[in-house]
Design a protein around this ligand. Structure first.
Ligand code: DAH
Length: 351
């Protein structure tokens, strides 16, 4: 092996030993760089006699081409390896199932509230909304609750550590009934003006769904729950109207003409007479069971007066329904707390 073969072989080994592009460029410099071994050989030719220059030059050039070819091959090999490694590292498993954007949905109780608004809306009821922090007067006094009524106690009602200008405690409303008072008082002046102008007797036909609060917690009671208040008063709104409104509502809500209602005499300070409303189905999974779904009654004259209206002129009824209960019945859920645990495995079933 002559010195040039040896040099080519050496370059081949050095290139092979270079594991990264930078090391390969270092190795290249040792052979082909300004003072690399091959370059030195070329410089050394100046001293050779003319005849030898020709053959030696050709040999050196051949060696140079061989080294350059080895360098190019190694560069390509390193680049290929790098690409390979990168592809491996960034590998996509195309057999994985796609990641979907989580589709949200309405909470089951919100669905019920929308449904209630839709059905009552089609019967001419407006939808009203109001504060969840109420005054003692709105939650109790205006609704004819006597001063020492047990519903006012701290065992039943959440109080807010704050009093209004007249020194009465604020509370988290224990029912939506204060909305009767708020709505009527907000419109009383308008009605008076209409009557004074000789217009026909106006009426209030409104529902007020929303959150309510009580000191209570078990499988069928949650400290925060929902109610839907209803109020329909005017010149001559009767119990017959109450019965047909509620019957219609429940049949449509449960999509069942087999549904029957029962009015059980009861007591509420703000209505007289008062009744508790039960429903039963004549077929289906709930067949034959009476289920309590709300309270109702003819609005008490004292309450009508607190509305700012004339109790001789305004007569009608009010009702309070439990949307949580209706949601449980509609979907067959037996623990109310599931609605408020925030467990998506449960909630996503209602999407
Ligand atoms: N406010 C009552 C409750 O919390 C429900 C109720 C009963 C509302 C009779 C009414 C009504 O409007 O007339 O339990």
């Amino acid at each position: 092996m002559n010195d040039l073969d040896e040099l080519v072989a050496q370059a081949g080994r050095d290139f092979a030993a270079a594991a990264a592009p930078a090391a390969l460029e270092d190795a290249k410099a040792r052979f082909l760089g300004k003072s690399g071994q091959l370059t030195e050989l070329l410089k050394g030719m100046a001293a050779l006699p003319h005849e030898e220059k020709k053959t030696r030059g050709a040999e050196i050039n051949q060696a140079k081409q061989a080294i350059e070819a080895a360098l190019a091959a190694r560069r390509q090999a390193l680049a290929d390896a790098e690409l390979e490694a990168q592809l491996k590292a960034e590998a996509l498993d195309v057999t994985l199932p796609g990641r979907q954007r989580g589709a949200g949905g309405l909470h089951p109780v919100s669905r019920t509230l929308e449904r209630m608004e839709g059905i009552f809306g089609s019967m001419g009821f407006e939808v009203a909304d109001g504060p969840e922090i109420e005054t003692d007067w709105m939650s109790f006094t205006a609704l004819n609750n006597p001063e020492n009524h047990p519903a006012r106690s701290m065992q039943d009602t959440f109080y807010v550590d704050m009093k209004d200008a007249e020194g009465r405690w604020y509370n988290l409303r224990p029912h939506t009934s204060p909305m009767q008072v708020r709505y009527a008082r907000a419109h009383a002046a308008k009605y008076a003006a209409e009557l004074a102008a000789g217009q026909a007797m106006p009426e209030i036909r409104v529902i007020a769904p929303g959150r309510t609060y009580r000191v209570d917690s078990d499988a069928t009671h949650s400290p925060m729950f929902h109610q839907c208040e209803g109020l329909w008063i005017g010149a001559n709104v009767s119990f017959k109207d109450l019965k047909s409104v509620l019957t219609d509502f429940f049949r449509r809500f449960f999509e069942s003409d087999d549904l029957v209602l029962r009015f059980r005499p009861s007591f509420f300070p703000f209505t007289e007479p008062s009744a508790e409303v039960d429903i039963a189905f004549e077929s289906g999974p709930l067949k034959g069971k009476w289920l309590e779904v709300g309270g109702c009654g003819q609005v008490h004259p004292n309450v009508v007066r607190n509305f700012g209206l004339d109790a001789e002129q305004w007569i009608g009824f009010a009702f309070g329904l439990g949307p949580d209960r209706l949601t449980m019945l509609r979907y067959g859920v037996n623990d109310l707390r599931q609605f408020y645990d925030g467990d998506l495995r449960f909630l996503s079933q209602f999407r």
